[in-house]
Design a protein around this ligand. Structure first.
Ligand code: APR
Length: 241
């Protein structure tokens, strides 16, 4: 175990309360492309044309087609050592995962104390009656209609032209106020408000560890940066504490 991973191990063991921010890098070792890497989704698609409420209202089928394509890729992805490691820590520690990922793999790995900040690709919400349904399946007839009111269903995810409710952000800030360790796993730190949580944690004098294959804009704020694959790091940890 490298010195840095030993520090991570010790910090996890001696922490009373942990908050974890995860990004697409956590699902990369499950075979799901990230958004901005060399095989990133945004290299081939324009978020403003697809991950966008305005585009959905203009052309629901085009947007749905794209989400069904993404769901088809994610359908067979399995949680990896990072997802399972975080779930094992939850069985021993007070830990909250705030995930930017919509793939549902944290939940599949058994994590319960989870905030899916950008929603969940397996959920639909009706734009008319706001009914939310969750089903790990692909939609044959797209765009589907609401079974309650026949309204138009959309993926229950946060789009680039939408905001995350302030109450959700306040709840996360409150959890950061009371934690003693903040982990930032596999996120480029480019999308707000998630990218601000690590800096906020530092302003509150929390110990912040970032695990990423690359440097990120806020590296210099954090106490420790581990340049490694997050799944491999969690695979090397000892969970018998
Ligand atoms: N281990 C650790 N880090 C990794 C790994 C890995 N196995 N694979 C990739 N990374 C890193 C990349 O170097 C990059 O810094 O994970 C980060 C992924 O960054 P993005 O692709 O930008 O994904 P993310 O930060 O989650 O994007 C945030 O932007 O497009 C929106 O809503 C979307 O939730 C997403 C948000």
């Amino acid at each position: 175990m490298t010195d840095k991973i030993q520090i991570l191990q010790d910090k996890i063991i001696h922490s009373k309360s942990i908050v974890v921010l995860t990004g697409a890098g956590v699902s990369q070792e499950s075979g799901i492309s990230t958004f901005r890497g060399e095989d990133g989704l945004w290299n081939d698609f324009k978020p403003e044309e697809l991950a966008n409420y305005g585009s959905f209202i203009k052309s629901p089928k085009i947007v749905w087609d794209w989400y069904e394509w993404r769901k088809d890729i994610i359908m067979n992805a399995q949680p990896n050592a990072c997802h399972y490691g975080l779930s094992r820590i939850e069985s021993k520690k007070n830990i909250l995962i705030v995930s930017q990922n919509v793939d549902g793999l944290h939940e599949e790995a058994g994590s319960k104390n989870l905030i899916e900040l950008h929603g969940n690709i397996w959920e639909t919400i009706c734009i008319k009656c706001m009914d939310v349904q969750k089903e790990k399946s692909l939609h044959k007839d797209i765009p589907p209609d609401c079974s309650l009111c026949n309204g138009l269903l959309r993926p229950n995810v946060v789009w680039f032209d939408e905001i995350i409710p302030a109450s959700k952000i306040d709840n996360i800030s409150e959890k950061i106020n009371h934690c003693d360790l903040f982990l930032i796993l596999g996120t480029s730190g480019l999308v707000q408000p998630a990218s601000l949580f690590g800096v906020y944690a530092k302003q509150k004098n929390k110990y912040v560890i970032e695990i990423n294959l690359d440097e990120t804009p806020n590296n210099h704020f954090y106490d420790l940066h581990i340049t490694d694959k997050v799944g491999e790091v969690f695979n090397s940890l000892n969970y018998d504490f």
